[in-house]
Design a protein. Structure first.
Length: 312
């Protein structure tokens, strides 16, 4: 699920990463890394949902953002330090990406406070389908009728999860859809970066802007004196978020996309388990049905892309 704060995140190969020749066992390692990434992101989401029961949301965003920035600087220092200069050609996609990053973070975390984590995560599983459709519309990438049909099936699954016209549909369902669309903007913008823009640079700018936005909104919401346990949980949240980011990047570098990408959907299983254990939420039948359609459509499009890649 979205990492709300920094993201390659759950969706696209960063443009600054050059894939290495595949070695025996790489796909298995890539699958393990992607699973670790999804668990990291989902644990971060669960902690934020838990902490913001007693702490103002934007204070939590600000504090977590500070911790993530420190973690990113520490990681970058081990690989030559952060390179903050943005080439002229990358400034427009960086602006669009940051708009998507900030918008998705605010919408996602507000929806997370008020929706079951499994329901929100299930909606976000449609993101790869929306990104694929956006790439066809805006970048001219080919999209055959089978994958168009898969997008339609995935969107039907989202509608089943949200059930417009039913008692479960409300303003926060629309907010969840808005968060998913903003993440799509973020990921589509990421596709426009060249290799001269490092993934750590993109992540650091995202962390800085989201943290500053959280600080700005927190001025109107107010702050409380955080307890030691809350600080500890936010540190843990930042650690999970950082692990999720690093693991997602490593997974895309190690394994084939077609072999690794289906393991993104382990975030839904993690969300269901955490929602039940921490919040006592258990998805109803229609959420299971809709989730099956979304995940099935997503896995089909990944398989279809792999088949087309072999033919090429």
């Amino acid at each position: 699920m979205p990492s709300p704060l920094i993201s390659p995140l759950r969706r696209t190969r960063p443009a600054s990463i050059r894939p290495e020749p595949l070695q025996p066992g790489d796909n298995l390692r890539g699958a393990g890394l992607m699973t670790l990434s999804m668990i990291g992101f989902t644990c971060n989401d669960a902690i934020i949902k838990f902490v913001t029961q007693d702490m103002p949301l934007y204070q939590a965003i600000t504090l977590r953002g500070l911790f993530v920035m420190l973690a990113l600087v520490a990681l970058a220092s081990r690989t030559g330090g952060l390179r903050l200069r943005i080439p002229q050609a990358a400034r427009r996609p960086m602006t669009l990406r940051l708009i998507g990053e900030i918008g998705s973070t605010l919408l996602f975390l507000n929806a997370l406070q008020r929706m079951a984590i499994a329901d929100l995560t299930a909606v976000m599983q449609s993101l790869p389908l929306v990104v694929m459709l956006g790439a066809a519309l805006f970048f001219g990438e080919s999209l055959g009728w089978r994958r168009v049909l898969a997008v339609g099936v995935g969107m039907l699954g989202v509608l089943i999860i949200l059930r417009p016209g039913g008692g479960t549909f409300g303003i926060w369902s629309l907010v969840a859809l808005g968060a998913m669309l903003m993440v799509a903007l973020r990921d589509l913008s990421t596709r426009q970066f060249g290799r001269d823009v490092a993934s750590s640079t993109i992540a650091f700018y995202a962390a800085v802007l989201v943290t500053l936005t959280g600080l700005l909104f927190s001025l109107g919401q107010g702050w409380i004196m955080p307890a030691g346990a809350q600080i500890g949980l936010l540190l843990l949240s930042a650690a999970f978020l950082t692990v999720g980011y690093v693991s997602a990047v490593a997974a895309m570098r190690v394994g084939e996309i077609a072999a690794v990408s289906p393991f993104r959907y382990t975030s839904l299983l993690a969300a269901i388990v955490l929602g039940l254990v921490i919040f006592g939420d258990w998805p109803d039948l229609w959420t299971w049905v809709g989730s099956a359609l979304v995940v099935g459509a997503g896995i089909y499009t990944i398989w279809r892309e792999a088949q087309l890649g072999r033919r090429r």
